[in-house]
Design a protein around this ligand. Structure first.
Ligand SMILES: [Zn+2]
Length: 381
């Protein structure tokens, strides 16, 4: 058996124990104290094998001390400390082990992925396997809310790296790697109409609500499923009372694009919206937030390497694409080979049945250890 896989199996209980500690340390995006507690816990868990520091962007950076004297290039593992689960969720959704899985808030997205990587580094140290490159783990505090504060820091660290492994969960119960993610953006459309009494002065009014409804029909038509472009008016508001012709209404619109070139066309469509009722005015704000992670040649090469290393462990690693974003979108857009979705295998991210498969812990830990030794060096020459 592969020595790394054997080590990961022998250390599965300890890995599960660290996952439990991580899950029970609640860290929603909107709780700075929760995030801080989690990062201190993470720092403590790598104290003997890494040097850790807070970055100016509020992230946590661990630089590992690994065996081997030649250090050329750098591998970046990317993760996030925050979860979507509010403080106190752990009381109603406690960490537990049942039916071959670990359950709990944030276990899949992505506390287990972080624990896997830490154990992968431990395996390399304990088995004294030389690592030819530097290895850093960057843990962001705000991924679930769009990475607004951490983005620049991620890009800075990524620029100094030769390859990026994103510790997000894999796709489906097979744990497929992610080689493409859509770009994500948001628009807000504000409509201003003319208020008036719905009974006394109906004709004098100009309804922002009616205008918005007509605009939404147009906007929904911007979706092009064949090209993978989706436009979702997800939230609307407007009006004050049913007997008042509404003066204001607005919609929040999420959009997703597979390729950067799609953004221009979509932008043009939004900018060309005109009011149906001339007495109404439209105001649009918004932009692309995460650029698409496109399936580049470099990413495919990285995936093929992971696929070969997984095969050595008896695992058939497949690839997938998703409409969801991650911090891997930023690093891939810089042209740095980025492989995403190689954290935990499970299902139910952001949902009550969030869980990971215990049976897939050892092969993922071993795969991360193998990738750490091989992925950056392929891009340093
Ligand atoms: Zn995540």
């Amino acid at each position: 058996m592969d020595p790394l896989l054997r080590w990961a199996r022998k250390n599965q209980s300890a890995t599960i124990e660290l996952i439990r500690e991580f899950v029970e340390c609640e860290s929603p995006s909107d709780s700075p104290s929760g995030i801080h507690r989690f990062r201190v816990l993470l720092g403590d868990s790598v104290r003997d094998i890494a040097v850790s520091q807070f970055t100016p962007s509020g992230a946590f950076l661990c630089k590992f001390r690994l065996p081997g004297r030649q250090k050329e290039g750098c591998l970046l593992a990317l993760g996030h400390a925050d979860t979507v689960w509010p403080i106190g969720t752990i009381r109603t959704m406690p960490f537990r082990r049942a039916r071959g899985r670990l359950w709990g808030p944030g276990v899949l997205d992505m506390k287990a992925g972080l624990a896997f990587f830490i154990f992968a580094m431990r395996a390399l140290v304990e088995l004294d396997i030389p690592v030819p490159n530097q290895v850093a783990l960057l843990v962001n505090p705000d991924e679930e809310t769009g990475s607004k504060t951490s983005r620049a820091g991620t890009e800075t660290v990524a620029r100094q790296s030769n390859a990026v492994l994103v510790l997000e969960p894999g796709t489906g119960l097979e744990g497929k790697a992610k080689t493409a993610r859509k770009g994500i953006g948001a628009w807000t459309l504000k409509v201003r109409g003319v208020a008036s009494h719905a009974g006394v002065d109906f004709a004098k009014g100009s309804s922002a609500v009616v205008e918005l409804a007509r605009q939404i029909e147009v906007i929904a038509g911007f979706t092009d499923l064949e090209r993978g472009i989706t436009v979702n008016p997800g939230v609307i508001s407007g009006g004050t009372r049913s007997n008042v012709i509404a003066a204001e209404a607005s919609a929040e619109i999420d959009f997703r694009v597979p390729f950067l070139v799609d953004v221009k066309g979509l932008d043009r469509k939004f900018r060309s919206l005109k009011p149906f009722d001339k007495r109404c005015s439209l105001e649009l704000t918004g932009s692309l937030n995460r650029p698409p992670m496109e399936r580049t040649k470099a990413t495919i090469a990285l995936f093929n390497l992971a696929r070969r290393l997984a095969a050595d462990l008896g695992v058939n690693l497949e690839e997938s694409s998703t409409g969801g974003g991650s911090d891997g979108n930023f690093t891939a857009a810089l042209g740095i080979p980025t492989l995403d979705g190689i954290g935990a295998v499970g299902e139910g991210a952001h949902a009550a049945h969030e869980s990971i498969l215990i049976g897939r812990i050892p092969d993922r830990v071993a795969l991360l250890a193998k990738l750490t030794c091989e992925s950056a060096i392929s891009y340093t020459t």
